[in-house]
Design a protein around this ligand. Structure first.
Ligand SMILES: Cc1cc2ncn([C@H]3O[C@H](COP(=O)(O)O)[C@@H](O)[C@H]3O)c2cc1C
Ligand SMILES: O=C(O)c1cccnc1
Length: 357
């Protein structure tokens, strides 16, 4: 598959099916709108799957692990080795996303797309484009070709899982320093926003290092002369391999007409770029929880998505996705298993009375 074919193949969702689902939802034995976001989730899933009563058959979070060269600027409290260590912990099944996914019954695919170490582990997918990226404060993270290759890694993961029966995806990552690259992407896309308003402390930082992180984000976009209108330029110059792989997950899911869940701020930065590559891709995205990182809200407001859950989470890894999968399963159960007033064979005049009260 070529990149051009991928982008050209991303179609809008089936609006007629979404409308038909809304009609059924409005007929269910409940006051109109009373199941809130479960209703809008079920109806958008109906438009995606082309079924009035959508059904989730298989779920997977795809975790992209990579190192970020910008770490040498002192923008993160954790050392680089944590990326490799935590990737192996994922393989062992003991990290946050692994435990939450197991609880939901979702599988997790862990992809080494650019960790700066030779990793081995059962089930670890080896798709290393290069060992870590360049330091974006001084040079591009990677070449355009490398960014494109990393996107296609994500697309191929979706393709393989789809063939195994997965029809709901989640995006995850592991890469120390990637809240810096995420904020740099947001700065390149929305230069009008003050950098302080789109920068957070990531996994934890001192006040002094936090101010320095803002300066690094400013310099990264300046030094690389990023073209804010070209998503590939942004991704290659100030992004990362982890984020590029996630862009591929979004675009792949949208190409195959399947829903995909956004986790935290890094995942949201990838969603932002994916929607710049293909505006229709946004219709396949579901926001899970509201990350505590400030750039998250800035992205969501601008791409027009609303977080579903407020859990004060700021872990990343894809940890919000399995929680959202459960919410989406509840939404499908509502749509399929509740009965309509007509199905329960109530009298029409009585029905009008109670529904209008
Ligand atoms: C032990 C540990 C486990 C993590 N799991 C996810 N992250 C999260 O923190 C990193 C981003 O934050 P920053 O930009 O500040 O480095 C990413 O790896 C993200 O997944 C972790 C971070 C740490 C330290
Ligand atoms: O929102 C996130 O995903 C996040 C926040 C802080 C650190 N790592 C991830």
């Amino acid at each position: 598959m070529t990149f051009e074919k991928l982008i050209a193949g991303i179609q809008p969702i089936d609006e007629k099916k979404r409308q038909a689902a809304m009609e059924r939802c409005d007929q269910l034995v409940k006051p109109l709108g009373s199941l809130g976001k479960l209703e809008s989730i079920a109806c958008r899933l109906a438009g995606i799957y082309g079924e009035v009563c959508p059904e989730i058959k298989g779920k997977a979070v795809i975790v992209m692990a990579a190192d970020n060269g910008v770490l040498e600027e002192g923008v993160a409290s954790a050392p680089k080795e944590i990326t490799a260590m935590q990737t192996l912990n994922m393989v062992k099944g003991v990290t946050g996303v692994m435990v939450l996914a197991k609880q939901n019954g979702a599988q997790v695919r862990i992809v080494d797309i650019g960790v700066d170490a030779e990793l081995q582990g059962e089930g670890l997918i080896q798709e290393k484009i290069r060992r870590g990226t360049g330091n974006i404060a001084k040079e591009p993270a990677m070449s355009r070709e490398e960014a494109m290759a990393a996107i296609m890694v994500g697309v191929r993961q979706v393709e393989a899982l789809k063939d195994e029966g997965v029809n709901l995806f989640g995006t995850g990552e592991m890469g120390i320093g990637n809240t810096t690259t995420s904020s740099a992407i947001v700065h390149a896309c929305f230069p009008e926003l003050p950098i302080a308003s789109i920068t957070g402390k990531g996994a934890g930082l001192t006040e002094e290092a936090f101010l320095h992180k803002q300066d690094v984000i400013r310099r990264a976009v300046e030094v690389n002369q990023v073209d804010g209108a070209d998503p590939l330029d942004i991704l290659a110059k100030v992004g990362g391999l982890d984020i590029a792989g996630m862009v591929g997950t979004y675009l792949g899911a949208a190409y195959y007409g399947l829903p995909v869940v956004i986790d935290g701020v890094i995942s949201a930065a990838a969603a932002l770029l994916a929607s710049r590559f293909a505006p229709n891709a946004r219709e396949y995205m579901f926001a899970s929880h509201c990350s505590m990182e400030p750039a998250y809200q800035a992205i969501m407001e601008r791409i027009g998505l609303e977080p579903t859950l407020y859990l004060d989470m700021r872990l990343g890894e894809g940890s919000g996705c399995p929680i959202m999968f459960s919410v989406m399963e509840f939404a499908c159960a509502m749509q399929k298993n509740m009965e309509t007033f007509a199905e329960t064979a109530m009298q029409d005049d009585f029905l009008v009375d109670i529904r209008e009260s």
